[in-house]
Design a protein around this ligand. Structure first.
Ligand code: KIV
Length: 289
């Protein structure tokens, strides 16, 4: 258990003692052996330095997801998310964490063209943020790219099933794999990504049977989101699980109702400002007498 000291120049709370070693991609990969993961892997998204500080002690991995397009920037999908956004938020999350492996999503359009394009984008993300891995969406079609990156020193997290960057092809964000042929395709995708060397695989929004089939068929740990408790780990979007939004997908469990609590705090503040009961002498500077 660490305590924190405050760096007054950055308002950054630094844990003392500073944890010696970050979680690594090989150590995550090694959590699954002979098809079993003793202790499920814990992953949450994070987009800011302070949130990373709060989540870091509890998580094995922090994902700077391109969901920041909707969550932080109010964009309609992840399609418009840029490299600049991912690098800025990725760096903030690395600066706010000491223990968790930080992975950064590769934005749409930065990797699909060729393995070489993917290498240029992924290496830029790693240089500019200090993160230890990237995540990219896609199955069989992306396997050669995952192989290319992995062989060149870039740990990759795969992402199959519901792949939000493909929303215009999929036609929406509904769960995938209701039809047999699509279920089989998702399994093939996961196997291809596994064989290409992904050190873990996110499986999103699929029928439970597909998630369990995938988890049993691949050697890399499978991180589920809207998938199955049988996965080797779970990930959620932090703002969803904190209850920041009125509507969340069915698979999200809200662990708090922060939207209501923030609204209540803002309401109290507004009331006190209007009544001139804030600030009080406690919050006011006076010259020393
Ligand atoms: O962008 C994201 O937050 C993600 C998770 C939902 C897995 O890809």
């Amino acid at each position: 258990m660490s305590t924190f000291t405050m760096d007054t120049s950055t308002s950054r709370a630094t844990p003392v003692p500073v944890p010696g070693k970050r979680t690594t991609a090989p150590s995550i990969r090694a959590r699954k052996s002979n098809g079993k993961t003793e202790q499920p892997i814990v992953m949450l998204t994070a987009y800011t330095m302070r949130m990373a500080q709060l989540l870091d002690p509890h998580c094995d991995m922090l994902l700077v997801g391109d969901s920041l397009g909707q969550v932080i920037y109010g964009l309609p999908s992840t399609i418009p998310v840029t490299m600049e956004m991912m690098c800025a938020h990725g760096g903030a999350v690395v600066r706010g964490s000491w223990h968790a492996l930080v992975a950064v999503d590769m934005p749409f359009g930065s990797y699909e063209g060729s393995p070489e394009e993917a290498f240029a984008s992924a290496s830029r993300i790693m240089k500019e943020t200090g993160c230890a891995a990237v995540k990219l969406e896609g199955g069989e079609a992306m396997a050669p790219t995952i192989d290319f990156l992995t062989r060149r020193g870039i740990p990759v997290i795969g992402h199959v099933g519901l792949t939000p960057q493909a929303v215009n092809v999929l036609g929406g964000y509904g769960a995938r794999g209701r039809e047999q042929n699509e279920a089989e395709k998702i399994l093939r995708d996961a196997k291809a990504v596994d064989e290409a060397g992904a050190f873990c695989i996110v499986v999103e929004g699929v029928m439970e049977k597909i998630a369990t089939d995938v988890a049993r068929s691949v050697s890399a740990p499978v991180i589920g989101i809207g998938a199955s408790a049988e996965c080797d780990g779970q990930v959620l979007v932090i703002d969803d699980m904190l209850g920041m939004f009125e509507r969340t997908p069915r698979f999200v469990k809200r662990y708090d109702d922060l939207a209501a609590r923030i609204g209540e705090a803002a309401r109290s503040y507004a009331e006190e400002v209007r009544a001139r009961s804030f600030p009080t002498p406690d919050q006011t500077y006076q010259a020393k007498s």
